[in-house]
Design a protein around this ligand. Structure first.
Ligand code: ATP
Ligand code: MG
Length: 392
């Protein structure tokens, strides 16, 4: 059983003077992710590397599973950590490593030594040859293949020596918290959880707002959104979810405005209210799951009309994605099965048979004037009665 995991990180290693901030954020996120895993872990950085020492018995799959949700990690390498005791002893260690990890018979291999500590007296190439020779002696069925080896045996010489051969891919991206915070408009659909995941992958912490329309939308529809938020939170860390009761606003719009403009007007109010909570929470942008042309409310004209009410930037990471591409990500991050549960959504209930696909902004604004009597009060009430829950 491996007692140490070496964490590889890519992009964040090139952040110049801010590098330590990124590393510290990554260490912090790893510690957070491992809190949910049984076992005692020590996470620390040393010489441009992050290590997880496993101090007690632990479940390997569960631990790696948790690390696979930490943005910023490019690879997870189970390593054998040994003291430097000379080349002879290192050969013994390497042989022990191979015996423990593989059913050795006739694999091909290559030794790749990295001498990060330059005071180590022997050149990398020489170490490769020496260790290669020892392996061939110990396992007569094995052969060297420098181009496409089945086993790439890495030996990193630092204060201690690290031996590993497997690099389990991490999710990539940047550590959450290194790029500010944004407000996700989270519905129960397939798209918005994926949109949240994608922005979060770039290091942005998430808040979320869901527009609920009881009794037209059920408790189960709300529960579905909570479940989706929980799934996204595996990657993003805790999400403050705002659940807005949107019913009275929707009914009022339904009552006063042309039905073919309902969706656009409704979506404009959603953006306004989400932006209110975003400002309150110190978020710098909004995030939606919109994609050009997906539905009437997502034509370029509709997106422009919706966007017009926002003062913050609106991130739409799925804007150029086809549905299948979105579904592929949803399946990868395990939100798909929840997203397709058949509970009604507040948008689908009030949707017109023939919504405008090329809304005219002036016409929309004229229609919205018909709301002037009560809409401010209704928005205020919706904001005041919003339920806030922290999703872990
Ligand atoms: P799908 O197309 O799979 O239903 P969706 O719900 O994301 O996904 P739309 O209903 O067209 O698609 O909405 C577009 C975007 O608007 C969503 O991605 C989401 O960001 C936001 N949105 C829609 N409905 C709500 C809602 N009830 N609460 C919060 N945000 C919403
Ligand atoms: Mg939807």
């Amino acid at each position: 059983m491996f007692k140490t995991l070496l964490i590889k990180y890519g992009e964040i290693a090139i952040k110049g003077k801010n590098r330590h901030l990124f590393e510290d954020a990554l260490v912090h996120q790893i510690i957070h992710a491992l809190k949910k895993v049984e076992g005692e872990f020590h996470v620390y950085k040393m010489q441009g590397r992050i290590y997880v020492d496993c101090l007690s018995a632990y479940d390997f799959e569960e631990t790696v599973g948790a690390l696979k949700c930490v943005f910023g990690i490019v690879g997870i390498c189970p390593v054998m950590k040994v003291e430097e005791r000379g080349l002879e002893a290192l050969g013994d260690d390497v042989i022990e490593f191979l015996q423990n990890v593989y059913d050795i018979d006739s694999q091909t291999f290559k030794v790749v030594t990295r001498r990060a500590r330059k005071s180590y007296p022997i050149e990398s190439m020489e170490v490769n040859c020496e260790l290669g020779g020892r392996i061939l002696e110990a396992f007569p069925g094995m052969r060297v293949d420098v181009h496409e080896p089945e086993i790439m045996l890495h030996v990193e010489i630092r204060e201690k020596i690290y031996i590993y051969s497997k690099i389990i891919p991490g999710p990539g991206g940047m550590p959450v918290g290194t790029n500010g915070k944004a407000m996700l408009l989270l519905s129960g659909g397939i798209d918005s959880p994926v949109a949240g995941y994608m922005i979060c992958k770039r290091g942005v912490k998430l808040d979320a707002t869901y527009f609920h329309a009881p009794p037209y939308t059920s408790e189960r529809a709300k529960q579905k959104v909570v479940d989706l938020a929980r799934q996204v939170a595996k990657y993003s860390g805790p999400i403050n979810l705002h659940i807005v009761n949107f019913t009275d606003i929707q009914l009022y719009i339904y009552d006063k405005c042309p039905h073919d403009e309902l969706t656009i007007i409704m979506r404009r109010y959603m953006m306004k209210i989400a932006e209110h909570f975003a400002k309150e929470a110190g978020d710098l942008a909004l995030i939606t799951g919109e994609s050009i042309g997906q539905v009437a409310s997502q034509t370029v004209q509709s997106l422009a009309a919706t966007n017009e009410v926002c003062t913050m930037p609106v991130f739409r990471p799925l804007i150029g994605f086809d549905k299948q591409e979105i579904v592929d990500v949803a399946e990868k991050i395990d939100t798909y099965e929840t997203s397709i549960l058949p509970y009604e959504d507040c948008c689908t209930i009030f949707v017109a048979k023939h919504p405008v696909t090329k809304p005219n902004l002036n016409a929309i604004k004229r229609s919205e004037q018909k709301l002037s009597e009560k809409i401010d009060d209704l928005v205020r009430t919706a904001i005041e009665t919003t339920e806030k829950i922290c999703i872990e």
